[in-house]
Design a binder for this molecule. Structure first.
Ligand code: GLN
Length: 390
């Protein structure tokens, strides 16, 4: 049967979660918390249902939530979006990404992605008829050849931008590497992109997971870049409710009105009671301001445990993912490719992880895998124990 997406199979997250379930492994693969959200948030959604907020909300999302988001973005990043014209509530980050791409990319347009890249970007571009142009983060290795860190490939980025470039997709904090863009990175990007017609899609779903006292530098904080950018985020990530599938996109009015044309025929609107519940919960900024400390403690706990293994830890300045290089393991399995290594780790050691090669179209191998540490301390402890036993 002729396929619109001939190269797409089942996403690695689904595959690894199924394998973890089949082998009763601890699932540190797919990114989602294994602890419950704040009961107050559930109460607020319940209240909304009982108050009969159970019919279609406005296509663009309820006013209370759009206003709350506007206020949050103004407080954190100093940009005042218009809640009626520049914010739309989406069914999570992934729907926002697809809709944004469909709303601005025409057949033949080039769209730059930076690999390792989240797996929905490329198919979204292809569905729009666009041409994905992939460049890669520069991989820095230490003297022993272990992956040490990743850097933004500025020269490749500059070379990739041309008159056909319609969109550049960036992701900070970055899934899977955890790297975060700084203000000077944004400045450099502004300089590179200034004379082009390229728009930007900034996937910021891990915005509240930036550690060690650093700040999330949103594209919305840059007065020039914000005028050509979609900024996307996800309440699933922020409030530990990935199954609710509620997120948002912020963009200047002209871009947003195109976004909404697609959105209204894609999902039309997003479930009502969750929007009311989240809008109330968002009124208290502590609910997101406490997140860096909360996740940093998990990161540090997990890293301490991993330090007792032969895995080489990569830095994790942001996200709830810890990447490790397994090439130093004494076992013969260290010769396996990333996917096979993850399968072995899941089936034989009982801990599921995600191969970073899955974030590259050509499956670039660097012997690096990703663990998700958005887990209870007891889960992380048990996982560490198993990993220490390798
Ligand atoms: N964003 C999540 C991750 O990177 C997965 C989401 C999904 O399964 N589609 O693990």
């Amino acid at each position: 049967f002729p396929s619109r997406l001939p190269n797409v199979g089942t996403t690695i997250f689904t595959v690894m979660s199924a394998l973890a379930a089949k082998h009763s492994a601890i699932n540190l693969g797919q990114g989602f918390p294994d602890f419950s959200c704040d009961p107050d948030l559930i109460q607020m959604v319940n209240d909304a249902m009982l108050a009969n907020h159970n019919q279609y909300p406005p296509m663009i999302g309820i006013e209370e939530l759009r206003q709350g988001i506007t206020q949050k973005l103004a407080n954190l990043h100093g940009h005042q979006y218009h809640p009626d014209h520049e914010i739309t509530i989406t069914a999570g980050g992934t729907q926002a990404i697809l809709t944004a791409v469909l709303s601005c990319v025409s057949p033949g347009d080039e769209v730059i992605i930076i690999e390792p890249a989240y797996d929905s970007y490329r198919p979204s571009i292809e569905l729009a008829g666009g041409i994905p142009v992939a460049i890669s983060l520069e991989v820095q290795r230490d003297d022993s050849g272990f992956v040490q860190s990743y850097q933004i490939p500025w020269v490749d980025l500059e070379n990739a931008i041309n008159t056909k470039t319609r969109l550049l997709i960036i992701n900070t904090p970055n899934n899977p590497t955890g790297i975060v863009w700084t203000n000077s990175d944004l400045e450099r990007l502004a300089h590179i992109i200034r004379d082009s017609n390229a728009l930007i899609l900034s996937d910021e779903v891990y915005e509240h997971m930036v550690f060690d006292g650093a700040n999330h530098c949103s594209i919305s904080s840059h007065p020039e870049l914000v005028e050509r950018s979609f900024v996307i985020s996800s309440f699933g990530k922020t409030y530990h409710v990935t199954g609710w599938k509620v997120g948002y996109v912020a963009a200047p009015q002209a871009m947003m009105s195109e976004f909404r044309k697609v959105h209204q025929f894609n999902v039309f609107t997003v479930n009502s009671p969750m929007q009311y519940g989240i809008a109330r919960y968002l009124n208290n900024p502590m609910h997101y301001l406490e997140l860096p400390r909360f996740y940093q403690a998990k990161r540090d706990f997990f890293r301490q445990g991993l330090a007792e293994t032969e895995f080489k830890l990569l830095p994790t300045p942001g996200t709830y993912f810890q990447c490790v290089d397994y090439s130093g393991l004494k076992n013969w399995q260290s010769n396996l490719n990333e996917e096979d290594f993850c399968i072995w780790l899941t089936t034989e050691i009982g801990v599921a992880a995600i191969p970073v090669s899955a974030f590259y179209q050509d499956k670039t191998e660097s012997k690096v895998i990703r663990f998700c540490f958005a887990k209870k301390e007891s889960t992380l402890s048990e996982a560490v124990k198993r990993l220490q036993g390798i």
